[in-house]
Unconditional design. Structure first.
Length: 79
């Protein structure tokens, strides 16, 4: 499988598009506020946990070349 060569900014932009166009409505609830979401910028696959570490490891195990983006749920993006 060929590696994807995206800049950090491209990874962030793609992941935020997935988040804004569907994931947000599914995950922004009281139980998840403050948790970390890790999004695969290519597929939109994501996972949620307290620190993001477990989810990132699981996603990387499934797809070693995945380009992942992590953000805190329910907090304003300052970028």
């Amino acid at each position: 499988m060929q590696a994807i060569f995206w800049t950090v900014e491209e990874v962030a932009q793609r992941a935020k598009l997935f988040y804004d166009n569907g994931i947000r409505q599914q995950v922004e609830c009281d139980d998840n506020i403050g948790k970390m979401i890790v999004i695969d910028a290519k597929t939109g696959e994501y996972g949620i946990d307290k620190t993001g570490v477990e989810t990132a490891l699981k996603l990387k195990q499934k797809k070693p070349n995945a380009r992942l983006f992590t953000m805190r749920i329910g907090y304003k993006d300052i970028s």
